[in-house]
Design a binder for this molecule. Structure first.
Ligand code: GLC
Length: 560
């Protein structure tokens, strides 16, 4: 059997096996792997594909349905793979295409799907397309990137800024013109108004779909288009962490043209069997904008644009969480929410939500929201062991270039990218090499998979339990969702009701002091519920009249 036929067969067999009518991604736990930092198999101090393959049994045991792997393509590694110089191969530091096929086949055997990272907004400046485009104004690829004349010697076309600091324009003497880069100088933006660019990119997606990947996480997709007027962005006053003036980005992102591309991409992806999925890196200002990325009621764009409104909410405020979760229930035309609390671009959960005292309970509470709401769940490697953010302490340690440009206000993203902590051995079991590309976090002897798996009340076991409940309990797997006690300023509570009628109630405390909540008026006087999982008071049953929650406690219980 050829490799492609084998993989397609495996994908179809998985769907049949689960007897699902829903597409797989609707109930999935998707696990983001930052490949440099997950598992090193060859002792060079950097993660690789064979390392991921070695850890598939671990992922299976945790209950993961799909892994999204951050870019593994050949790259100068300025942005650690998000600057791609060849979209149809594997960077040598991660292995080979044969290693990739092996990973895919082994993952398929375990019903784990692979989602690739598709970086469509820009290439590396070392990609052959850009090298050609930059060589003259008349070459066949001259219009593949965003080129413009300056306003005069040394003067870029306008005031647009790169989100990674300073002007978004870079001068190229061979063309006597500037090219536009929303990210690093080495990441020139493609010109999506040129149909040849769309074709080139869609061909690349087909290459991976043919190989058997389950879909894509579309990187930075709201920035595909820029306003052709090239007017200046509005200046807001004050300066940002790079010392640049604060400006709007209205002309640089979320332009309506992007939705045409996404619709065509979805139609193309739909021609492949096995419910391939499109996930979007969609930082958006509100739920109305989010709904557009699904195609609203037409459901013809992304299946899963990330909802960053919930998991990147700046503080633990139950009113805000209730509102935003409810928006995802009621304002996205019945589309499937995708919540995410963590990724490789933001400080980890401890740094954003922890109070230094109740971090473990807070982690469990956020996991409860992630796994027991109706959302598809996207988690980041290390979340399951409460891995901490470990920022560099001096500028000379920084690897991520934005940390060098912005030091000390912006320390870069190294802190959330440290090696996975597997056990207490050298380099936390991530590598046999004591010198890893980023240092292992100092707490690894305490915070690691091996140690936490033996502690019944660890975050690790909480994750495992919740993921299993979400898979096996009909209400948590498939139930409708309703918020309860909506005036409560300390506790977020909701029910999930299975198609077969079982009701599960979930309550999460956002308070550092013990709370008692009554859900009797919402769910019926005198009712009790059997506890499925609780972080706090140990019991087997709870009266809905008075549910006790410890600081930041969570409880999941099935109505009797
Ligand atoms: C996305 C990635 C980020 C990268 C950027 C540019 O935001 O998540 O890591 O630096 O795109 O590709």
């Amino acid at each position: 059997m050829s490799r492609t036929i084998f993989v397609l067969f495996a994908l179809l067999a998985q769907t049949a096996l689960f007897g699902q009518t829903d597409p797989w991604w609707k109930h999935a736990v998707i696990y983001e792997i930052y490949p440099r930092s997950f598992q090193d198999s060859n002792g060079d101090g950097m993660g690789d594909l064979n390392g991921i393959t070695q850890r598939l049994d671990y992922l299976k045991d945790l209950g993961v349905d799909a892994i999204w792997i951050a870019p593994i393509y050949p790259s100068p590694q300025i942005d650690f793979g998000y600057d791609i110089s060849d979209y149809q191969d594997i960077d040598k530091q991660y292995g080979t295409l044969a290693d990739f096929d092996h990973l895919l086949a082994e993952a398929n055997k375990r019903n784990i799907r692979i989602v690739m990272d598709a970086v469509m907004n820009h290439t590396s400046d070392k990609h052959p397309w850009f090298i050609e485009s930059a060589s003259s104004r008349t070459n066949p690829k001259s219009d593949w990137y965003i080129w413009h004349d300056g306003k005069g010697p040394g003067k870029p076309p306008n005031n647009w800024l790169s989100t990674f600091g300073h002007s978004a324009w870079q001068f190229t003497p061979a063309r006597d013109q500037y090219y536009y880069h929303y990210f690093y100088i080495q990441q020139p933006d493609l010109n999506w108004r040129n149909p040849a660019v769309e074709k080139g990119m869609f061909d690349m997606l087909r290459f991976w779909l043919d190989r058997g990947v389950a879909g894509f996480r579309l990187d930075a997709v709201p920035t595909l288009f820029e306003d052709p007027s090239l007017q200046n962005e509005e200046v807001l006053g004050g300066t940002n962490k790079f010392g640049d003036p604060n400006e709007m980005t209205t002309l640089q992102e979320n332009l309506p043209e992007v939705h045409g591309v996404i619709k065509r991409m979805r139609s193309m992806v739909n021609t492949f069997p096995g419910n391939r999925v499109l996930i979007g890196e969609t930082y958006l200002p509100n739920v109305e904008e989010l709904d557009k990325w699904y195609g609203g009621a037409k459901h013809d764009e992304l299946q899963l644009p990330m909802d960053m409104q919930v998991g990147f909410e700046p503080k633990l405020d139950p009113k805000e969480f209730r509102q935003r979760i409810n928006d995802a229930e009621t304002k996205i035309n019945g589309n499937q929410p995708l919540f995410v609390f963590d990724n490789h671009d933001n400080p980890r959960i401890d740094a954003r939500y922890g109070d230094g005292v109740h971090d473990k309970a807070i982690n469990k509470m956020l996991a409860t929201i992630l796994f027991t709401t109706r959302s598809t769940a996207l988690m980041y490697y290390g979340d399951e062991i409460e891995m901490p953010t470990t920022e560099p302490t001096s500028k000379d340690q920084v690897k991520d270039p934005i940390g060098i440009t912005g030091w000390p206000k912006e320390k870069g993203r190294d802190g959330e990218r440290t090696p996975m902590q597997w056990n207490t051995s050298v380099s936390a079991g991530f590598s046999t090499n004591p010198h890893t590309w980023l240092p292992v976090a100092p707490d690894y002897k305490r915070v690691n998979v091996e140690v936490e798996s033996k502690q019944p009340d660890s975050v690790f076991n909480w994750y495992k339990n919740l993921i299993a409940l979400r898979r096996n309990n009909p209400a948590l797997h498939d139930g409708t969702m309703k918020m309860l006690d909506i005036g409560n300023e300390q506790v977020l509570a909701w029910t999930r009701t299975a198609p077969t009628g079982e009701v599960v109630v979930v309550a999460c405390s956002f308070s550092p002091t013990p709370q008692v909540v009554s859900l009797e008026s919402a769910l019926g006087a005198g009712k009790t519920a059997a506890i499925l999982a609780v972080n706090g008071t140990q019991a087997t049953s709870v009266s809905l009249k008075a549910i006790s929650l410890s600081p930041y406690g969570s409880i999941i219980a099935q109505l009797k």
